[in-house]
Design a protein around this ligand. Structure first.
Ligand SMILES: [Zn+2]
Ligand SMILES: [Zn+2]
Length: 146
């Protein structure tokens, strides 16, 4: 049974007295929060469509804002589908430096001949594969090799 169906069925149940009406309303509200609602955007911050609380939290990764699946204020299930792809696509256009790693020495100096894509960890080896390519072939991240 879908949540929507459950809500319809619940709302058809006859209630007697204020207590059972309240219980019914609470159940319907609880079920409604299980149906994802689209997150609202306001100047690059994302808000719960139900209560207006921040839909992201700072305690996630530095690279990606941590997006809540459920609002931590009201329990509303959040739908990010409008933003995820657009935001990711835009972020991939901002060049990021590959994470260089030194694998060996040459004339006593470290040689950074190995690098990883900062987003997906795709391996780049000097003079092999796609070292120096403009976009990561695995995830599409624009790379800054300077
Ligand atoms: Zn909320
Ligand atoms: Zn990548």
């Amino acid at each position: 049974m879908t949540y929507k169906k459950a809500i319809i069925l619940l709302s058809m149940i006859e209630t007697h007295g204020s207590l059972s009406i309240l219980a019914k309303e609470k159940s319907i509200q609880a079920l409604e929060k299980q149906i994802p609602k689209k997150v609202l955007e306001d100047k690059n911050t994302y808000l719960c469509p139900n209560c207006g609380a921040n839909a992201e939290t700072d305690c996630g990764d530095d690279m990606l804002d941590y997006r809540l699946n459920y609002c931590d204020n009201c329990g509303q299930k959040l739908d990010w589908s409008d933003f995820s792809k657009v935001k990711e696509a835009l972020e991939k256009q901002i060049p990021k430096k590959p994470q260089y790693e030194a694998e060996g020495y040459s004339n006593g100096e470290l040689v950074y001949d190995y690098a990883k894509c900062p987003i997906c960890g795709h391996d780049f080896e000097y003079d092999i594969n796609d070292w120096g390519c403009e976009y990561c072939s695995d995830c599409g991240q624009k790379l800054d090799w300077s």
